[in-house]
Design a protein around this ligand. Structure first.
Ligand code: SF4
Length: 190
């Protein structure tokens, strides 16, 4: 079966990532390097799931066949921080666990992004106690917060899509900028 026939037989809801904006003519296509890099990064995010409790179960559903995070190019989970660029923190983080979470974040190479999934990771949730960290943004920077206790898989997918928007729009030079370094400096991270 030729490529054209295969394309015709695909259900219409399957969308192939479109080409970025640019100038094209016979035999050439020109665009900005930032745009191409953003598009590639956006559609190949490797998440590191840091799941400690019930929100992690919702993430398992998000990875399953029904919700299928792989549709967003993120089916390759990484349990090594050095091969991940999206830290997904899901569940209650005890204060004792804080230094470990921070170590995982520091071991990730730039560029890296962070989602706080659910009320516990975002704010401590219902656990306003002496032992629970009242939000992971006390120790590491967070890019997207997903509300809910627990959030449904649709909300987790929405959080990933918000991250994709940030990834697509980010300039390649941002991580070297003084503003970004100052932001990390607030957390004592060099
Ligand atoms: S936000 Fe709710 S569901 Fe998620 S880890 Fe906390 S208590 Fe569990």
């Amino acid at each position: 079966m030729g490529a054209e026939k295969i394309n015709q037989s695909l259900p219409s809801r399957i969308q192939i990532v479109g080409a970025p904006d640019g100038i094209e003519g016979p035999g050439f296509f020109a665009t900005q390097l930032d745009t191409v890099v953003g598009m590639a990064r956006k559609n190949s995010i490797w998440p590191l799931p840091f799941a400690t409790s019930c929100c992690g179960i919702e993430f398992m559903a998000t990875m399953g066949a029904h919700y299928d995070l792989g549709r967003f190019g993120s089916e390759r989970l990484s349990f090594s921080p050095r091969q991940a660029d999206l830290l997904m923190v899901m569940g209650t983080i005890a204060k004792k666990m804080g230094p470990i979470l921070r170590q995982v974040y520091e071991q990730m190479a730039e560029p890296r992004w962070v989602i706080a999934v659910g009320a516990c990771a975002s704010s401590g949730g219902i656990f306003d106690t002496y032992s629970v960290l009242q939000g992971i943004d006390r120790i590491i920077p967070v890019d997207v917060y997903v509300p809910g206790c627990p959030p449904r898989p649709e909300q987790i997918l929405d959080g990933v899509m918000k991250i994709q928007e940030l990834v697509q729009a980010e300039s390649r030079g941002r991580r070297e900028s003084a503003e970004y370094k100052a932001e990390l400096g607030k957390y004592g991270i060099e």
